[in-house]
Design a protein around this ligand. Structure first.
Ligand code: C5P
Length: 307
């Protein structure tokens, strides 16, 4: 079987504190986008990996391989899988490329081996592979909390949005599947990567500017997404790691300015960088800006959010 492993951007990323285990507590709205690796899974005796692009990682370090080994362990099965990765998502770009591959393998093997593990449980298993994996296993816009292991569907049911229950706590993913959800709107984005490698560990280590709790950040982005209001989404973007990443890699600031000058409604960095993204009104504007930036030598692509 061949599946698309969608990359993500973080519409918001708040760092809430440092945990006793050294990780940081986060609150982030993670949104999958149409840029994807292609992951092919074929029955085999052992877990093997074919990478279609030059990559210095050993197979054992590859998150897709680790995901397959996790599924072998969880299911108690002896059979393997031949994984072929056609990489399109830049590595070390804050777009969750490695995590997307791992999430695709978890979902793919769950289906291929007929395991029937419910998605919330599969998402929980994915946390041991990487902090972004649970969000990408679940798919769609997700509220990510803890170090990444707590994932909740991001948009509250439409009845709640418009009704008197506006302040009701979010539905957890494990609750009743019968609740009706409003289909999330599609937003158009331009991604720009300045070609520097941002190590997530390096950025978190250098991060030292904890801010007070700002509940309005999550409130505003949710409201904007629910309304399908791209200008409001653009205003609500926030990434607490951006200042630190830009201090270490000034090229990120330069890429941000290119997107701003090109007319994006709002710009932010994704994850721990180095990719920055701008919100635009429609697909043709996204294509036009991406083409212009590419001509100037920046890696840039037009994408849209995926439900
Ligand atoms: O979990 P993942 O492998 O993606 O994280 C990479 C590194 O980023 C961790 O080793 C840790 O240093 C840092 N990190 C963190 N807090 C998080 C997620 C990651 O400090 N919530």
């Amino acid at each position: 079987m061949t599946v698309a492993a969608y990359a993500k951007v973080n519409f918001t990323l708040e760092v809430l504190g440092v945990r006793p285990d050294g990780y940081h507590d986060l609150r982030s709205v993670v949104v999958p986008i149409s840029l994807a690796d292609e992951v092919t899974l074929e029955p085999a005796d052992e877990v093997t990996l074919n990478l279609k692009t030059l990559n210095t990682l050993k197979a054992e370090d590859n998150l897709a391989v680790r995901a397959a080994r996790l599924m072998q362990r969880v299911s108690g099965r002896n059979e393997g899988v031949e994984i072929t990765l056609e990489k399109r998502i830049p590595v070390g770009g804050g777009l969750g490329g490695g995590s997307a591959d791992a999430a695709a393998v978890l979902n793919g093997l769950n289906e291929m081996w007929g395991l029937g593990i419910p998605k919330p449980e599969l998402a929980g298993l994915g946390a041991e592979i990487g902090s972004d994996v649970p969000a990408l296993v679940l798919g769609g816009p997700v509220l990510m909390e803890g170090r990444g292991e707590q994932v909740t569907e991001c948009l509250v049911p439409s009845a709640v949005v418009h009704g008197a229950e506006l302040k009701r706590k979010d539905r957890r993913v494990s609750s009743s599947p019968s609740t009706k959800h409003q289909a999330p709107s599609t937003f158009h984005l331009v991604l720009a990567n300045p070609g520097v490698f941002c190590s997530t560990a390096e950025i978190f280590k250098a991060f030292a500017s904890l801010l007070p709790n700002r509940p309005e950040i999550l409130y505003n982005i949710r409201l904007a997404m629910q309304a399908g209001d791209d200008a409001a989404v653009a205003r609500a973007l926030q990434n607490d790691l951006e200042a630190t990443a830009t201090r270490l890699h000034p090229e990120i600031g330069a890429a941000r300015r290119r997107l701003e000058e090109a007319g994006c409604l709002g710009v932010s960095m994704s994850g721990s960088g180095a990719t920055v993204f701008g919100i635009v009104r429609d697909a043709s504007e996204a294509e036009c800006i991406a083409r212009k930036l590419s001509e100037d030598g920046l890696w840039a692509v037009a994408v849209e959010t995926v439900r």
